[in-house]
Design a protein around this ligand. Structure first.
Ligand SMILES: Cc1ncc(COP(=O)(O)O)c(C=O)c1O
Length: 375
């Protein structure tokens, strides 16, 4: 039987056509296709500025560096380590907040308030698994305290919570377009913002603080010399990444719709067949998510590693989102986050992608049943 992967790309002739256009154009470093991709992103989100990067970590680094975060910043520990490493790299101390509950594994005003102190300059909200519950309350909290809100919305491309896009609740929204994301360019990332100052700073930061890019100078047709007015790095995307983004963005709504249907089926089958498994979030929350991943929480007394091993033997790929960041050697200062730790111990992620066959969902749930009942 065919092995079920955790994820499959939805790339087809459309991505191929766009990439070939770039290859034939003779301009492969950041240029016209990147401008076009950023315009498409702006239109999609209905936002003033979008800036694309060579990966999501770069987009985080530029957003943090250019939005004025300093001293200490509150972050969830239940995230990919990049959310936190980019802070640490800038000399900012991450302050870890616990998740609200096993059912809502997101930071909330309650958990943020517990760790808030006067040195905190901002909060990074991560829309885990594509959900944005509590982000509106956290935004009010940030306004009250006069601190910044930034979203690492890498899981939530195109998701709308309370009628508003994930990534537009904070001053800046940051997204990774790594291979397995709902919007994929293989490697890549972007930031969106309505704040012109942050945008202008991040643009400079993306390319060594240079006042113009090679493409801009070529387009002008004047052999103008550039100046360097601030420090920066080379975090530029290639035209191939941008071409992939242009093609893949057109599929995002359909991708998210397809994922939602599969998640509804997963939730029903698991509830009917394996009621002891906790499925995070409520049925009514489903509409607000992009369903980047489908995590479940196993019963307390189950040996997760043995379940993961048995599923692998049945040809079913799984993953764990995430090992808690505050327990990684580099960050472990004895901080305890009981709910994050329990969630991380008991969670596992099941296969999910937009074009996944329903038959696979049945196979995964059947496999899970066999694993749990033959413990
Ligand atoms: C929540 C989150 N933040 C940041 C990143 C980092 O993005 P990238 O791998 O594109 O650098 C990822 C990627 O997996 C992510 O899931």
């Amino acid at each position: 039987m065919k092995r079920i992967p955790l994820f499959e790309l939805n790339w087809d002739d459309e991505e191929e056509r766009e990439v070939i256009k770039v290859l034939k154009s003779g301009w492969v470093s950041m240029g016209p296709r990147t401008e076009e991709y950023e315009n498409e992103l702006r239109r999609f989100y209905g936002i003033r500025f979008a800036l694309s990067f060579n990966n999501g970590t770069s987009a985080l680094l530029a957003s943090y560096a250019c939005s004025g975060l300093k001293n200490q910043v509150i972050v969830p520990s239940l995230t990919f380590v990049a959310t936190v490493n980019a802070l640490r790299f800038l000399g900012i101390k991450p302050i870890f907040a616990d998740i609200h509950s096993l059912n809502k594994p997101l930071i909330s005003v309650d958990t943020v308030e517990r760790v808030f102190n006067p040195k905190v300059s901002g909060i990074v909200f991560v829309n885990y698994a594509g959900y944005s519950d509590f982000v509106d309350e956290i935004r009010e909290f940030c306004e009250d305290k006069g601190i910044l809100l930034i979203e690492d919305a890498s899981h939530a491309h195109g998701a709308k919570y309370k009628g508003r896009f994930a990534g537009t609740w904070g001053r800046v929204g940051v997204f990774s377009t790594f291979a397995n994301k709902n919007l994929s360019t293989g490697e890549g990332g972007y930031m969106i913002t309505d704040d012109e100052e942050i945008y202008m700073k991040a643009r400079l930061f993306r390319s060594h603080g240079m006042t113009s890019s090679s493409w801009e100078r070529f387009k002008e047709g004047k052999n103008r010399i550039y100046d360097v007015i601030t420090v920066g790095l080379n975090l530029r995307p290639s035209e191939i990444q941008s071409a992939l983004g242009i093609a893949n963005l057109k599929k995002l709504k359909r991708e998210n719709e397809n994922r939602k249907k599969l998640v509804k089926l997963y939730r029903k089958l698991i509830k009917d067949n394996l009621p002891e498994i906790l499925i995070p979030f409520d049925d009514k929350d489903i509409e607000s998510s992009s369903h980047y991943i489908f995590p479940i929480v196993l019963p307390k007394d189950i040996d997760r590693e043995s379940v993961l091993g048995k599923l692998a033997d049945l040809g079913i790929s799984t993953s764990v989102h995430y090992p808690p960041v505050h327990k990684f050697a580099i960050y472990d200062d004895g901080t305890e986050l009981p709910l994050t730790e329990e969630y991380s111990r008991r969670t596992m992620t099941l296969p999910l992608w937009g074009n996944m066959k329903e038959e696979y969902v049945y196979r995964v749930v059947e496999g899970l049943k066999r694993c749990l009942y033959s413990q």
